[in-house]
Design a binder for this molecule. Structure first.
Ligand SMILES: [Zn+2]
Length: 107
C-alpha cells in the first residue's frame, strides 16, 4: 500500500496519459486497468485511512504506477457520485423524519 501524494500522482497521471489504458470498475475503490498495447491487466485498489489516501496495484512496480494514475480520475468521479447520493439519502431520511414527527423546517 503506497501513500498518494500530489507529486507522485501527477507523475503517474502523466505516464498513464502516454499509455493506452482501459479502466473498468470491479467495485467502488477497485478497478481493473488494462494496457491495450500489450493486453496486460492489473487490479488497482484505493483506500482512505485517517484522511490520507493510499493505493495499491498488483503490477511489479514499487511506486505509484501508471495504472493508479490511469484510474484515479475515474475513482474521483465515482467517489463524488457516491458522496452526492449519500447526502441525498441523508436529506431524504431527514425529510421523512420531519414528516413523521409532524415538524417541517422552513427552508
Ligand atoms: Zn500498476
Amino acid at each position: 500500500m503506497l501513500e498518494i501524494t500530489k507529486e507522485n500522482i501527477e507523475k503517474a497521471v502523466e505516464r498513464a496519459k502516454q499509455s493506452n489504458l482501459l479502466v473498468k470498475t470491479i467495485q467502488f475503490r477497485t478497478y481493473k486497468v488494462t494496457n491495450r498495447t500489450n493486453g496486460k491487466s492489473y487490479t488497482v485498489n484505493f483506500y482512505k485511512v485517517s484522511g490520507k489516501k493510499f493505493a495499491e496495484c498488483d503490477c511489479p512496480a514499487t511506486v505509484i504506477c501508471k495504472h493508479i494514475g490511469g484510474s484515479i480520475g475515474w475513482h474521483v468521479v465515482l467517489a463524488e457520485q457516491m458522496h452526492i447520493r449519500r447526502s441525498r439519502q441523508q436529506k431524504a431520511r431527514f425529510d421523512a423524519l420531519q414528516l413523521q414527527s409532524g415538524y417541517v423546517l422552513r427552508r
